[in-house]
Design a protein. Structure first.
Length: 319
């Protein structure tokens, strides 16, 4: 049984990789052949030249490296028996949905579905913002200063956008993430394509205004990617210093808790934003339970169908 599970997981990864490469080739062909479509493509004129294509091409590989590296970090600290890796080898219904969204992200299907659900407008708007507001405030700053500014600004933007996801307008979509009945490191990428589309649009303007170098942005995505994975782990920090600076895994578990007094708490990356805006809740000892009302629907077997069904329920206000 262990061999069959490993073979099935390997086949999923290879299928995702093949689908991604095919999709990248198709997007490149459309970009080269039909200039009128470029503003609607993810790798359009908002990212310049070969560097832009390199960033797009490396994204799934970088995500895979982040997830695998984070899983190994957790195993080394907690041991295999207590790790997310063990739970994912024998996944629950919730864990299977986590893995499903990993495949969607690695294959590039999330980006394609974001295009479909928004009729391409999200990429058109993001590219328009990037081209019209390409001020590049950080263009001449040293690389460490660029990274520090990007990290602080994006942490505030993440806080604001995350709070937006918890409003009545977007919660029916965002609750896909919160329907996880257990936290695994890969829960970090358990996000509906519309969730992805909203974040893509919200980050476009600050990215254009700051104009940090590609190396800085890749470093930021790597650091934040590891953070987002580990913050969904069962690691225990127990450090007053870390809790004072970052929303640690202990604090983020409060965010996923289904206790009413934990709802809408600890949205951010840096602790300061939750404290400034009055949404901080300190970590608590003891086990917590996770999930949302109706989570059984979001964790059922018809996973791909549910991606579309959820949008229909959201649009008809049945979600």
């Amino acid at each position: 049984m262990g061999f069959r599970r490993a073979a099935a997981l390997t086949l999923l990864v290879l299928t995702a990789a093949a689908g991604y490469l095919l999709g990248l080739w198709a997007v490149y062909q459309l970009h080269a052949t039909y200039p009128a479509l470029r503003p609607f493509l993810l790798a359009g004129d908002g990212i310049a030249g070969a560097q832009g294509w390199l960033v797009v091409a490396m994204t799934p590989l970088g995500l895979l490296a982040i997830l695998l590296g984070s899983l190994l970090i957790e195993v080394s600290v907690l041991g295999y028996d207590r790790s997310a890796l063990r739970r994912l080898v024998h996944p629950s219904a919730s864990g299977k949905v986590d893995l499903f969204y990993v495949v969607l992200r690695l294959s590039g299907a999330v980006q394609v579905l974001a295009f479909v659900f928004t009729l391409g407008t999200v990429y058109y708007a993001a590219n328009a913002l990037q081209s019209r507001f390409a001020i590049g405030l950080l263009a001449t700053a040293p690389l460490p200063a660029q990274f520090a500014v990007v990290y602080v600004v994006n942490s505030l933007l993440f806080y604001a956008s995350h709070r937006l996801m918890h409003t009545r307008w977007l919660w029916p979509i965002h609750k896909v993430h919160h329907a996880a009945a257990e936290l695994n490191l890969v829960t970090a990428v358990r996000n509906h394509p519309i969730d992805f589309a909203v974040m893509t649009l919200l980050y476009a303007l600050p990215g254009a205004l700051l104009g940090a170098e590609v190396r800085v942005m890749l470093a930021y995505y790597a650091v934040n990617g590891v953070y987002q994975a580990l913050v969904h782990s069962e690691l225990r920090c127990g450090s007053p210093f870390l809790d004072a600076v970052w929303i640690t895994p202990d604090a983020h578990r409060i965010h996923h808790s289904n206790r009413p007094d934990h709802w809408n708490r600890n949205f951010g990356i840096l602790t300061i934003w939750d404290k400034v805006f009055g949404t901080y809740h300190p970590p608590e000892p003891g086990p917590l339970t996770y999930g949302v009302e109706g989570g059984e629907t979001l964790n059922r077997e018809e996973r791909f169908r549910e991606v579309f069904a959820l949008v229909w329920r959201w649009m008809t206000r049945r979600a």
